[in-house]
Design a protein around this ligand. Structure first.
Ligand code: S3P
Length: 480
């Protein structure tokens, strides 16, 4: 257990939002021997400082998880699908590029509508070159599932962050189904996957709560004769189940011994459909916390997906005292959606129930920022999975928040944070916070900058483009 010193804080003035750009410098190229692809992005540091209240109305981009799946499933259907509201972030574009290599015809119209003519399940082409997954774990793991039951071979590569992430969790079930996989040391990228034809249906009980692993097995099951089953002891996001049903797959969701069981009937024929992608609750999260923390804020975030398997942060923030109301609750593309009106409120620290973690797994970095400004102590536990995200989010956030004056204790499976009671954080005038190629760390620390005395310098904001390319613009707009 590591302990971190406390920092001093005082009240911040209500200056203008200050986003200072520093000239980009080329990120150090990584040795090919490590298997990492060269990063084409330029590092761009920024300083985020005290903002005006966040006010008005904003619209966050499309849901990342749903966007990946919309491209994948429409790329497997026979006929033309249309996708509106697709997130055009780097991760999703990596999925689009891979689906094109598999033979799908994917076109973006000027109005932002995407049209997909699927390659057809069972008819995927062998990619001519390695599939560059960039920073995207979702693209990698789900597409590995897809290749696993096709008679093709594909090589998966990624950036330095992705190349350090565990793929054993998908290699295990996909190998059981008959795929041949040669991975780098410790089960990481780059890896080569030879699909099995036919693959063997399995019943797989998830050893970790992971929607990516669940989806990889279900995607492999799509082109596998017979019925493939996934047993999910802890429910995770269910976009795959919802959307595959819409595309015409035969999928049954039941319960055995209190655990969710999903059965997919193989050798399916997917029919095309029109998908409307709701706004991403994981992107809205940064604005929910920012508007809660910055005094005087009253911000409405339009069209936020509120699937119960994703809405954990809303419940936790409310438990801490946040003032967030759901307006015009409705359904978009088979998913519950509402506009969220967020008004500034004082927060109180709580013990976060570990059972809620899967429904807010990507939101913990920004929850830690909220906790750092709450009164009293917030304790989190059961968060081992955060150590294998785009970065080790427990240690990266503990280090980042401590460096700007928050009082944080890091444990094996969570953080304990002693909040300031609403007083601003000290900030980091001279030191740059390390974001470790992790978009959510960059955005969380941007929010911390808004409630700091000296501002928070983030070493690299370029990873934000993986999930939320309009983040900087929306932040400036909301705090104008
Ligand atoms: C995702 C599942 C989650 C989440 C990721 C997106 C998905 O990962 O962290 O950002 O789209 O299925 P795990 O399945 O590893 O928990």
């Amino acid at each position: 257990m590591r302990k971190f010193a406390s920092g001093c804080v005082r009240i911040v003035g209500s200056g203008k939002l200050f986003i200072k750009s520093v000239r980009p410098r080329a990120r150090r190229a990584l040795p090919e021997a490590q298997g990492a692809v060269k990063d084409r992005r330029l590092m761009t540091s920024h300083t985020f400082a005290a903002a005006n209240p966040l006010r008005g109305t904003i619209r966050v981009p499309g849901d990342k998880s749903i966007s990946h799946r919309a491209l994948m499933f429409s790329g497997l259907a026979v006929g033309q699908s249309r996708i509106t509201g697709l997130l055009e972030g780097e991760d999703v574009l990596a999925t689009a590029a891979a689906m094109r290599q598999f033979g799908a015809d994917i076109i973006r119209a000027d109005d932002g509508t995407w049209t997909v003519h699927g390659a057809g399940l069972g008819s995927l082409l062998e990619p001519k070159s390695a599939l560059d997954m960039g920073n995207s774990g979702t693209s990698t793991r789900l597409l590995m599932g897809l290749v696993a039951s096709h008679a093709i071979t594909a090589t998966f590569i990624g950036d330095a962050s992705l190349s350090g992430r565990p793929m054993g969790r998908v290699i295990d079930p996909l190998s059981q189904m008959g795929a041949g996989i040669e991975a780098s040391g410790g089960g990481t990228l780059p890896l080569m996957l030879r699909g099995a034809s036919p693959a063997v249906p399995i019943t797989y009980r998830l050893p970790v709560a992971s929607a990516q692993v669940k989806s990889a097995v279900l995607l492999a099951g799509l082109n596998t004769p017979g019925i493939t089953r996934v047993i999910e002891p802890v429910p995770t996001r269910d976009h795959t189940e919802r959307m595959l049903t819409g595309f015409g797959a035969r999928l049954e969701v039941g319960e055995e011994n209190g655990e969710k069981v999903i059965a997919i009937h193989g050798e399916a024929d997917l029919k095309p459909m029109d998908v409307v992608v709701p706004g991403d609750p994981s992107s809205a999260a940064f604005f929910m916390v920012a508007a809660t923390l910055v005094p005087g804020s009253d911000l409405t975030i339009l069209n936020v997906g509120l699937n119960p398997t994703r809405a954990g942060l809303l419940a936790v923030l409310r438990q801490m005292g946040a003032d967030i109301t759901e307006v015009d609750a409705r359904e978009v593309g088979g998913e519950p959606v509402a506009d969220l009106r967020v008004r500034h409120a004082a927060l109180t620290g709580i013990d976060v129930d570990p059972a809620i973690a899967p429904s807010m797994i990507d939101e913990f970095p920004v929850l830690f920022v909220a906790a750092a400004l709450a009164s009293g102590t917030t304790r989190t536990s059961g968060l081992e999975e955060l150590r294998v995200k785009e970065s080790d989010r427990l240690s990266t956030m503990a280090t980042a928040l401590s460096s700007v004056g928050a009082r944080v204790e890091e444990h094996e499976d969570g953080l304990t944070i002693h909040g300031t009671g609403g007083e601003p954080l000290r900030g980091s005038a001279n030191a740059r916070v390390k974001t470790m190629l992790d978009h959510r760390i960059a955005m969380s620390m941007a929010v911390a900058g808004l409630v700091s005395r000296d501002g928070v310098s983030v070493d690299d904001t370029s990873p934000i483009n993986t999930s939320f390319p309009t983040f900087m613009g929306l932040l400036a707009e909301a705090a104008a």
